[in-house]
Design a protein around this ligand. Structure first.
Ligand SMILES: Nc1nc2c(c(=O)[nH]1)N[C@H]1C(S)=C(S)[C@@H](COP(=O)(O)OP(=O)(O)OC[C@H]3O[C@@H](n4cnc5c(=O)[nH]c(N)nc54)[C@H](O)[C@@H]3O)O[C@H]1N2
Ligand SMILES: Nc1nc2c(c(=O)[nH]1)N[C@H]1C(S)=C(S)[C@@H](COP(=O)(O)OP(=O)(O)OC[C@H]3O[C@@H](n4cnc5c(=O)[nH]c(N)nc54)[C@H](O)[C@@H]3O)O[C@H]1N2
Ligand code: SF4
Ligand SMILES: [Mo]
Length: 719
């Protein structure tokens, strides 16, 4: 181009530039940072940038994922038309054809195999409105008991522990603003710096205020580096570690006797049990020096204020729910609940990790955190929905157990919305083989994920930029995600899709909504009087107040910042302590001569879950473009592994190949692999399918593996 032409275009670009602003919330983690996507148009091109918007939680901050989220939403691979698989190939069809295909197949399956042959697999990355509709869709439109969701693999341990101990399960028991004033903070199996980066600020402020911060993690992470003490625990032994803390606290009488007597039950049993334990044995079991156990106990026992936070490191274990309960035992014994800067936080994971577990998407649940096995709750909701109580199914099975039922051909059809179970469930190879046995699979997604590729029908959905609705963040704050961008092609919103399928099955009378707000208004009524009561919230109030913390039972209620100030949510008002054995009932997979190393799994800052979205983003992929094995240099040397080379990792269930990253930041007996990659890098091919008996959480954080260098030329292991 000549100089003159270039000048002309530059001038033109400058002249006709226009700007469009889309308000939204980040589609990724549970902080739900508010942001604006700014689209700048000129004659020659469109450019995008994302800026943070002030809000009570992240206060305008954004992390690298939020800043680049538009890259997947605007990606050319977005599905924009319904697809039906014909002779192994996806063919674009009209919505009418796709819905007719679904109607025919679902009707046939239910005729041949019964109502319960159809299953629904949902997600905590959808809005409250959609999560509510998923529950109603399964029970009313499909009349099946089989519905569960990806939150089972995420929040079920913490949720079941909080429900058992407090009678109520809300992410943070206190306002997030109280964190900076806590004198002791325990971060157990939570990597906030990489997984919820925009709330790190609260912990940094606590540190500036002189708090003693403890991080419990088998690896060094950006979070443990911020802590004053890093407990480099042996994977899977958090319950035993908590027993050690309880023992020291009780032996030294650092307990709050009046709190225990007035507000709890079960203390004497716990006291008796921990008295029978030896601190040296706990130290050997956890590989935590006695001195460190004493140091943490001293701080928790002596300081007036203190908070404990857990996430998946503690929870994704076959004893995850009990390990959390044991950490809660400490808060009860020391009276650190219901007071300023005294409380618990289960750091939720997905964008709507909290809300999506409250309104009926779980196998055993009805809206408002009601139970599907409670006669009163059943009568209330069936009456509200206008169906006979006898027609309301009973409880079904958990996410992974549904897949086992698919394998056994008890379930033959599945409606999957917003999840990629082939990559996110344990024993992934088994999961893929099982799903291939389905007579009919519908996947609602933005992309052709590894799971969607197995589907018979893929329905195109809208993204966070396009879909309006409420999301409940990690605090328990219900926020309204405004969305103003037009859907691409023929994509429809998840809530519309659920209603359209229900209508095609002849259930329009229960699913005739014309906006997300209408669905929310039904949800509010349905949740009224339940534990998670949203009745007092309206879109208008949520807008004005920038979100409301539940419970919010009436239109003049401001929401609850700190819960359990007067009493706990059980009928007797007391918190329940219970003995937690140091040895789990379902044993974690032990290492042996053949599989000598512990494998633990988790996340990196730049990628999100199964990576379907973040791997589409060039900015994020540039940061981390392939999976890796974090391994201690001495362990690497022992197995002839050099830094940066391909390694084959094998467990009893299969093998994957990833590149080594030698680092002294990890324990010598443990290796770490993130789970953001699929196919041959899918770490869940290695993970065992044992489940926590209380909440059916898989033990993602401990498997036994062996490692060896991988010779790419010979495609097999070399010695
Ligand atoms: N960047 C990023 N952020 C995310 C996500 C993401 O995929 N990427 N996902 C979101 C979701 S859905 C979730 S659930 C959260 C998860 O948030 P986190 O639970 O904080 O993340 P993880 O990396 O799974 O695990 C946390 C830590 O547990 C440690 N750990 C492993 N085994 C043990 C153990 O036996 N005991 C203890 N104490 N620690 C152990 C791991 O080394 C890891 O550093 O993050 C949310 N935010
Ligand atoms: N080994 C190991 N495995 C784990 C974990 C671990 O720590 N280690 N963590 C577990 C945890 S905590 C979680 S939360 C699960 C998550 O597991 P998944 O639910 O399988 O993970 P995602 O990658 O979020 O899958 C979401 C899918 O929905 C699509 N999608 C995105 N937005 C929308 C939307 O608005 N509507 C619809 N319909 N589709 C959408 C995406 O393109 C993607 O294909 O993985 C679990 N698996
Ligand atoms: S990933 Fe989480 S912390 Fe990062 S911008 Fe999104 S919501 Fe905020
Ligand atoms: Mo999660």
């Amino acid at each position: 181009m000549t100089e003159m032409l270039l000048k002309y275009f530059r001038e033109k670009e400058r002249q006709v530039q226009s700007e469009k602003v889309y308000n939204t919330q980040c589609p990724y983690c549970s902080v739900q940072c508010q942001m604006q996507l700014i689209e700048q148009r000129s004659v020659t091109r469109k450019t995008y940038k994302t800026v943070g918007k002030d809000n009570p939680t992240s206060k305008g901050r954004l992390c690298v994922k939020g800043m680049n989220a538009h890259q997947h939403a605007l990606h050319k691979d977005r599905i924009t038309q319904p697809l039906v698989k014909i002779d192994g190939e996806f063919i674009p069809v009209s919505w009418k054809e796709a819905l007719e295909c679904i109607r025919e197949n679902v009707t046939n399956i239910q005729k041949e195999d019964g109502y319960n042959a159809m299953s629904v697999y949902g997600s905590a990355s959808i809005t409250n409105e959609e999560a509510y509709l998923m529950g109603k869709f399964a029970r009313v439109a499909l009349k099946t008991k089989y519905i569960d969701y990806n939150g089972r693999l995420c929040m079920s341990s913490a949720a079941s522990a909080a429900s058992a101990v407090f009678g109520m399960d809300r992410g943070l028991t206190n306002s997030i603003e109280e964190i900076p004033y806590a004198e002791t903070i325990v971060l157990a199996g939570t990597n906030i710096a990489e997984c919820q980066p925009t709330i790190m600020h609260y912990f940094e402020q606590a540190k500036e205020n002189g708090a003693f911060i403890v991080a419990v993690d088998p690896r060094e992470t950006a979070t443990t580096r911020m802590a004053d003490l890093h407990i480099k625990i042996k994977p899977g032994t958090d319950a035993a570690f908590a027993n050690g803390l309880l023992k020291v606290i009780i032996d030294n009488d650092w307990i709050d006797r009046s709190f225990i007597e007035e507000k709890s039950i079960g203390f004497e049993d716990v006291k008796e049990y921990v008295a029978s334990l030896e601190l040296e044995d706990i130290s050997a079991q956890t590989d935590v020096p006695v001195k460190e156990i004493r140091r943490v106990a001293l701080s928790l026992g002596e300081k007036e204020t203190g908070m404990i936070f857990t996430a998946r490191g503690v929870e994704q274990q076959t004893d995850g729910s009990m390990a959390v309960r044991n950490l809660l035992n400490i808060l009860i014994a020391t009276g650190k609940l219901g007071k300023p800067s005294c409380g618990y936080g289960a750091i939720t994971g997905q964008s709507n990790g909290q809300g999506a577990r409250e309104h009926g998407q779980k196998a055993d649940q009805l809206p408002g955190y009601r139970s599907i096995e409670n006669e009163e709750h059943r009568a209330h909701i069936s009456n509200f929905w206008g169906i006979a109580e006898k027609d309301l199914p009973r409880k079904g099975a958990s996410a992974f157990e549904m897949i086992e039922k698919v394998d056994q051909r008890e379930i033959t059809g599945m409606f999957l919305l917003c999840s990629n179970p082939v990559v996110s469930n344990p024993n992934a190879r088994f999961v893929k083989q099982a799903l291939q046995k389905l007579k009919f699979l519908v996947a609602v997604d933005l992309f052709k994920s590894e799971t969607a590729q197995l589907a018979d029908v893929i329905l195109p959905t809208s993204s966070y930029l396009e879909d309006e609705g409420t999301m409940t963040n990690l605090e328990g704050r219900v926020t309204l995600r405004e969305a103003s961008k037009k859907v691409p092609g023929e994509a429809r919103h998840d809530w519309e899709i659920i209603c359209d399928v229900a209508k095609s099955l002849g259930k329009e009378e229960y699913f005739s909504f014309s906006s997300a707000e209408e669905v929310f208004n039904e949800l509010r009524e349905a949740s009224r009087g339940g534990i998670a009561d949203y009745y007092g919230m309206t879109y208008e109030r949520l807008r004005k107040k920038q979100g409301i913390l539940w419970p919010c039972p009436s239109l003049d209620h401001g929401g609850a910042a700190r819960i359990f100030e007067d009493s706990f949510a059980h009928a007797d008002g007391r918190a329940k302590m219970t003995v937690v054995p140091s040895e789990p009932v379902v044993k974690k997979e032990e290492t042996c001569e053949k599989y000598p190393l512990y494998l633990t799994t988790g996340r990196v800052m730049a990628h999100y879950l199964t990576g379907v979205q973040t791997r589409k983003s060039s900015a994020l992929t540039a940061r981390e473009f392939e999976s890796f094995l974090e391994i201690h240099p001495q362990t690497a040397q022992q197995y002839h592994i050099r830094n940066g080379e391909l390694v084959r990792i094998e467990s009893r269930r299969g093998g994957i190949v990833v590149r080594s990253k030698c680092t002294e930041t990890i324990r010598q007996d443990t290796v770490f692999v993130p789970f953001h990659w699929d196919e041959k890098q899918n770490v869940n091919r290695l993970v065992a399918e044992d489940l926590d008996p209380n909440c059916r959480m898989p033990g993602f954080k401990v498997s036994a593996v062996k490692v060896a260098p991988y010779d790419i030329n010979r495609q097999r292991n070399i010695k």
